[in-house]
Structures are given as structure tokens and as C-alpha cells.
Design a protein around this ligand. Structure first.
Ligand code: ATP
Length: 348
């Protein structure tokens, strides 16, 4: 297994994409203090999944992103890729080239890629376990680390030797299994508690379930009774409906005959109206005739009055003439008497 190259972009002092090639033999990075040499080993630690910001010499994870200079604006994300020659299959991944990428954004989002495929941090950790390259590997010996190893407690030293001996994978798995076992035990305790609590509720629940069963039976019975009632009401309503249908049919027949009668009456009314119209014109004519008759009667009355008057005058004339006749007779008598007296006188 050989580290072939390291690609850094946006990580600490590397704003531009920088590729470091590692050839056979020893590669040395030389530079003045503070020029960024240790940032390269930080990049290797980081890409292999380091989570401890103090180990990366930062106060928060965002500090690994290029922070800007007076000449250059800060960047939004950091990305490091470690390319490894795996022809020896030292890494349990069936590819000759293994490339591990870690990307981190200022928003806090991060991602890991294995040969450009998104993976979990756990996958990266497991991949490098026992290779000495991993997060807790002994391959990266920082400043003062040798001192720490030599003066460390035997317990801490043991971890380094275990990693070198290749048993840390099994230790990790053991720890993982123990963690899972603990969690399962905790769950078991919780389940036992729940079971105990549930058991105490069994009695009242049984009672409640009896009641619920009764309720269900009653409600089923109620439902079937309600259905029967509805069916009965439906039948009754159907019968009433039938009666109303008959009545409607009868009423319709009656209405039709009434309409026929009405039509006949209309016709008759029309005829009568025509008769009335002709009677009215007849009445008008009669009225005119009566008016002219009345006129001629009035005229005749006038003529009769004139004739009566004439008759009256004639009667008066007759009466006068009779009186004159009487007086003429009287005067004739008297004259005759005088004649007789004269004749006598004359005779004498
Ligand atoms: P020494 O030999 O003293 O340890 P060095 O060459 O290893 O120094 P580093 O410690 O790797 O240098 O780099 C430190 C430099 O990195 C500092 O100048 C610091 O300002 C710069 N630096 C660290 N983090 C960032 C960042 N996020 N953005 C820009 N520059 C950074």
C-alpha cells in the first residue's frame, strides 16, 4: 500500500487546488515556520475522518476552510482527496486505486466519498482499521508525539501496538458489539419495566375489554335492529308512495277530463261571447229603432196635442155656436112674438 498523492483545495493555507505527489522513497516538505507544512499532515488526518478539532489545531470545524487573507476572499468549502495504491489489497476494498474524499461546507454540511461514491464516516473508519493509516493510526506522528508515546501510560501504548498488530479492528468490533449489547440490555430492562406496568394493567384492561366486547355486541345488535327498522320504514314508505302514485294517476285522469271540460267551456264561452257580441249589435239596432220610434211617438204626441187643442177649440166653437143658436132661437122667438104683437097691432 502506497500513498500516491494528496489533493487539497480550500483547506487551511491551500485556497487553490494543490496536488502533492508521493513517489517511492522519502518525500520531505521543507519550509519556514508557519508556512503551512503541518497543514498537509492535518489534511491527511482530516480526510481520514478526524473529528477532534483540537487535533486539527482548530477551535471549530469551520476553521479548516480557507479563511481569507487581505488579498483573497475566504472560501465556502474545503476538500481533500487522498489517493492510495491498493494493488497489495492491504485495504479491504477490491480496487487497485482507492481515493478517499472529504468535503466540508461553511453551512456545516459534510460528505465523504470513496472512489467518488458517497459513503458514511463509519465506512471510512472501518476501511482503514488495522492499516495504521486510520484516524487513530500510528502513521502520523506529529510534533512531540514520540515523547507522548514513550512517556504514555502502558494502557495508551497498548492501543498503538494493537493497531500495529492489526487487532484493533477486532477490538473495535468487540467494542461495537459490547455497545450494541449494552443498548440491547438497556432495551430489555425498559421492556421488562413496560411489561411489569402492562401486567398491572391487565386486570382492569380485562374488565374494560369485557365491557368493550359487550358494547360491541350491543352496538352490533343495535345496528341490525336499526337496519330492520329502516327496512320496515322503507317498506311503509314504499306502500305510501304507491298509494300516492295511484292518487296522482287518478288526479291526472281527473285533471285531463277537467281540462277537456275546460276546453269545451272555453269553446262555449267563445261562442257565447260571439252571441253576446251579435246580441249587443242587435240591441244597438233595437235601441236605435226604439229611439226613432220614441222620436216619432213624441212627434205624434205633439200632433195629437195640436189636434186635441184643435178639437177643444172646435168644441168651444160648437158650444158658442150652440149658445148663439139658442140666443138666435130666443131672439127669433122674441122677434116672432114682437111680429105677432105688431101684426096684432097692425090688425087692430
Ligand atoms: P511550524 O513549522 O511553525 O509548525 P508550519 O509550517 O507547520 O509551521 P502550519 O502550522 O501548518 O505551519 O500553518 C500555520 C499557518 O496556517 C498559519 O499562518 C495560519 O494563519 C494558517 N492557517 C491556519 N488555518 C487557516 C485557515 N483556515 N485559512 C487560512 N490560513 C490558515
Amino acid at each position: 500500500m502506497l500513498v500516491r498523492s494528496l489533493e487539497i483545495q480550500g483547506f487551511k493555507t491551500f485556497p487553490d487546488k494543490t496536488v502533492l505527489q508521493f513517489h517511492d522513497g522519502i518525500t520531505a516538505v521543507v519550509g519556514p515556520n508557519g508556512s503551512g507544512k503541518s497543514n498537509i499532515s492535518d489534511a491527511v488526518r482530516w480526510v481520514l475522518g478526524e473529528q477532534n478539532v483540537r487535533t486539527l489545531r482548530c477551535t471549530k470545524m469551520e476553521d479548516v476552510i480557507f479563511n481569507g487573507t487581505p488579498q483573497r476572499k475566504p472560501l465556502g468549502y474545503a476538500e481533500v482527496t487522498l489517493n492510495i495504491d491498493n494493488r497489495s489489497r492491504r485495504i479491504p476494498f477490491d480496487k487497485d486505486d482507492v481515493s478517499v474524499t472529504r468535503r466540508y461546507y461553511r453551512s456545516g454540511e459534510s460528505e465523504y466519498l470513496l472512489n467518488k461514491v458517497s459513503v458514511r464516516l463509519r465506512d471510512i473508519n472501518e476501511l482503514f482499521m488495522d492499516t495504521g493509516l486510520g484516524r487513530d493510526g500510528y502513521s502520523i506522528i506529529g510534533q512531540g508525539k514520540i515523547d507522548a508515546i514513550v512517556s504514555a501510560k502502558s494502557e495508551d501504548r497498548r492501543e498503538i501496538f494493537e493497531e500495529a498488530a492489526g487487532i484493533s479492528r477486532y477490538r473495535y468490533r468487540k467494542e461495537d458489539s459490547e455497545r450494541k449489547l449494552d443498548a440491547a440490555e438497556e432495551n430489555l430492562v425498559r421492556l421488562r419495566d413496560i411489561l411489569a406496568e402492562l401486567e398491572s394493567r391487565v386486570g382492569p384492561l380485562k374488565e374494560q375489554s369485557g365491557k368493550a366486547e359487550k358494547f360491541l355486541n350491543y352496538s352490533a345488535e343495535k345496528k341490525s335492529l336499526e337496519i330492520a327498522l329502516w327496512l320496515r320504514q322503507l317498506d311503509q314508505s314504499a306502500a305510501v308512495l304507491h298509494q300516492y302514485d295511484d292518487k296522482i294517476t287518478l288526479a291526472r285522469t281527473q285533471q285531463e277530463s277537467a281540462q277537456r271540460e275546460l276546453a269545451a267551456l272555453d269553446k262555449m264561452t267563445e261562442k257565447n261571447f260571439q252571441g253576446i257580441t251579435s246580441c249587443a249589435s242587435e240591441i244597438d239596432k233595437i235601441r236605435q229603432r226604439s229611439a226613432s220610434c220614441e222620436e216619432s211617438a213624441a212627434r205624434k204626441d205633439g200632433e195629437a196635442d195640436v189636434l186635441l187643442n184643435d178639437a177643444h177649440h172646435a168644441e168651444e166653437t160648437v158650444r158658442r155656436l150652440k149658445n148663439e143658436q139658442t140666443s138666435a132661437v130666443d131672439s127669433g122667438e122674441r122677434i116672432r112674438t114682437e111680429i105677432q104683437g105688431k101684426e096684432q097691432q097692425a090688425a087692430e
